[in-house]
Design a protein around this ligand. Sequence first.
Ligand SMILES: [Fe+2]
Ligand SMILES: [Fe+2]
Length: 174
Amino acid sequence: MISKKMLEALNDQIHHELESAYIYLSMSAYFQAENLPGFAQWMKTQFDEEMIHAFKFYNFILARKERVVLQAIAAPQAKYDSPLDAFEQALAHEQKITGDIHKLYKLANEEGDYPSISMLQWFVDEQVEEEENVGGVVDDLKRIKDSGQALLLLDRELGQRTAVAQEDTAAQSQ
Ligand SMILES: [Fe+2]
Ligand SMILES: [Fe+2]
């Protein structure tokens, strides 16, 4: 059995992951409008990954015979000052999500909820990767500064990100 407190926290995390997806979809649209299709593609892949994250929590709650309770998702920001502004906001957002995951992990440990601990371990590792990926683009954009040519090159590079990691795809089809 999942405790009431843990169940609420897991349902909250579905909300956080869907909110993340919504933010990245908005960023994808922003980049497309700015004529940066590679950045837009990168953010669309990020959206796909966040949807998979949301479904991992959704499926986990249902597998444990508990209730999924969905919450309202706030409208994301539609405009950003620059690509760097968008990516800095994405990084700050991922850092907040890492904090959420760590709180969940701590709670699961306090409650001796071993299935939740096991499930959350994947997310602890995933957040390290998320911050590294987003932070890497922030660093690139800082180095680029106002070079339009370098920005176009980075756009080409980011556009190559299409595939969602295999383990994610496997998890999605469960
Ligand atoms: Fe996520
Ligand atoms: Fe994320």
